[in-house]
Design a binder for this molecule. Sequence first.
Ligand code: URA
Length: 440
Amino acid sequence: MRSYDLIYKKRQGEKLSREEISFFIRGYVEGRIPDYQASAFLMAAFLKGLDDEETYYLTMEMLASGDSLDLGDLEGICVDKHSTGGVGDKTTLTLAPLLASLGLKVAKMSGRGLGHTGGTIDKLEAIPGFRTELSEEEFKGQVNRIGLSLISQTKNLVPADKLLYSLRDVTATVDHPSLIASSIMSKKLAAGSDYILLDVKVGSGAFLKTLDEAIHLARIMVSIGEMAGKKTRALITSMDQPLGYMVGNSLEIQEAMGILGDGGAEDLRELTLALAAQLLLMTGKSTDYKDAYKEAEAQINNGLALESFFEMVEAQGGKIKDMAVASFQEVIFVEEDCYLAGFDTQMVGEAAALLGAGRQTMEDEIDLTAGIYLPHKIGDKLSKGELLARLYTSRPGVFDDARKRLLEALSFSKDQPQKVELIRALVYKEGEEIKEVLWS
Ligand code: URA
């Protein structure tokens, strides 16, 4: 077999066999196939597509490139959730403790933020002392003891994805459904849970901008998960505006505690409860969506979910009371009476990154105190002089660019625009079929 022939075959739009895909992944990971051939292969796959079988083989070959976690020795039902990435998405921080308080086990590996999107590990590192690297024994021991642990991805978790993702990032081949699906699902399968719930983001802050594209991606991922023997579902949810009110690492930790405590942003609370309810249904702990939702809500109202959050922080060495606050703040006020008409959510993420909350390359340092408070949602009436946004940073000289980018991201209107639907669709397997239901 020659790499050239494989690239040529895909360029002609022909289907690749499992052996051919295996040859490519192994050859690339083991250094026999150079970056320029791998790039050509990725572009051919991007332009000609991979069918469901090829995408499944690609996922399984990527999975085989590294270590998988065996969670079989944990007591109870292990569940996992994955968001395709967004702005202000701190749902893992609210959902994982909620699930643990409901008796499910969450042994979860998370990633860091890149570009305009945030990552759970950066958020957790805003808590001084919080250890995101635990040995497998510590990790599993903690999950058995308190029901949850959140750690960073181990070094040998799907090395093929680390290599391919870096290459996709610089060859304009990130936003292809089969490539995204194989990247995400190889990591989810390696992480070992039997139940996988995907939160596929759609809208101006997501990789995929239309509902049809997001449903297409969700169907591929659900199909891969189910073919690999894992119960898998996907909710398609809006990223047409930031989730919650806060964007930025320590700000999002504070906001997550608020949701589990005495209230907070309605959208973040609703998404947390909807995801929890889906997992209660998937695991058979509940048979009715409304009952499951209420059961989850009760665990927030009675304080047990927040207690789980604090237990995890303490078990991993974090000290919430020592969290740093930003040295500088700047406020932006509404200039005239109007409605908030829209966000370019990606640009909001970029504005937060300009304040120091995000990185452009994995090597960049971030300012964990930096971020933005945005108290309004699309459709809200705004009055002249009220608070539009508050910017936070500990870096001098960054406000001007960040303010400019944020203001470019916001649009206003005289007439009231429609509110955004948060949950758009559910994708799941029934019998032999992958089905979708639109939410409203
Ligand atoms: N997240 C991933 O892990 N991989 C992708 O390709 C896109 C989003």
